[in-house]
Write a protein that binds this ligand. Structure first.
Ligand SMILES: Cc1cc2nc3c(=O)[nH]c(=O)nc-3n(C[C@H](O)[C@H](O)[C@H](O)COP(=O)(O)O)c2cc1C
Length: 174
């Protein structure tokens, strides 16, 4: 069983998570590459694909990548600015899953918070009151919390989850 861990990452959060997941995998046949460097996935049985959340779903590069996958066993992981246990987070994973579920099998999913870039926070700060993205005390607090993510605990949990679920898949195939 050959595994590809691949990711799209603008500011490094999803890359950090991908690298942690990759390190945690005990399988010998594994590779990690950024999505932009993956032209062909024919040689892999399992693809663990990570994206950053953009407008409540996978970022564009990841959407295009996911839409091309066929006959793979897929694990999805993502980072987002909002709370990881929210409907928004759940929906962001489901949107990724919707892109692959018809032609592939999704066996595992994980999402956690990721630090928002200073650029986007500065942009929000310029917005007038009443705009849905305008800054509030609560949002500033959430951005502060997000600065600590993905945390070591997030990364360890994701690694453990994917490793355990992959082991279970290996048993099924025996
Ligand atoms: C243009 C843009 C759009 C974003 N849209 C969302 C969003 O819809 N929901 C959300 O929770 N976070 C959103 N975020 C926050 C990112 O998903 C989050 O910071 C993520 O961890 C970035 O990952 P990266 O460092 O791998 O690029 C957005 C960030 C950017 C720059």
């Amino acid at each position: 069983m050959k595994i590809l861990v691949t990711y799209a990452s603008l500011t490094g959060n999803t890359q950090k998570l991908a690298e942690g997941i990759f390190e945690a995998l005990s399988q010998k046949e594994k590779e990690i590459r950024p999505m932009m460097e993956v032209d062909n996935t024919d040689e892999y049985d399992v693809v663990l694909a990570g994206y950053w959340v953009d407008k409540g779903g996978p970022n564009q590069e990841a959407s295009e990548f996911l839409g091309k996958l066929e006959n793979k066993t897929i694990g999805l992981f993502a980072t987002l600015g909002y709370w990881p246990d929210s409907e928004h987070a759940y929906g962001s994973l489901k949107k990724g899953e919707a892109l692959v579920e018809e032609k592939n099998k999704v066996f595992c999913r994980y999402i956690c918070q990721g630090k928002l870039s200073d650029k986007i926070i500065d942009m929000f700060k310029q917005l007038p009151e009443g705009n849905p993205h305008a800054i509030t005390e609560e949002k500033l607090f959430r951005y502060k919390i997000a600065e600590n993510h993905p945390s070591e605990a997030d990364i360890a949990l994701a690694g453990e989850l994917f490793e355990e679920r992959l082991q279970s898949i290996c048993l099924k195939q025996e």
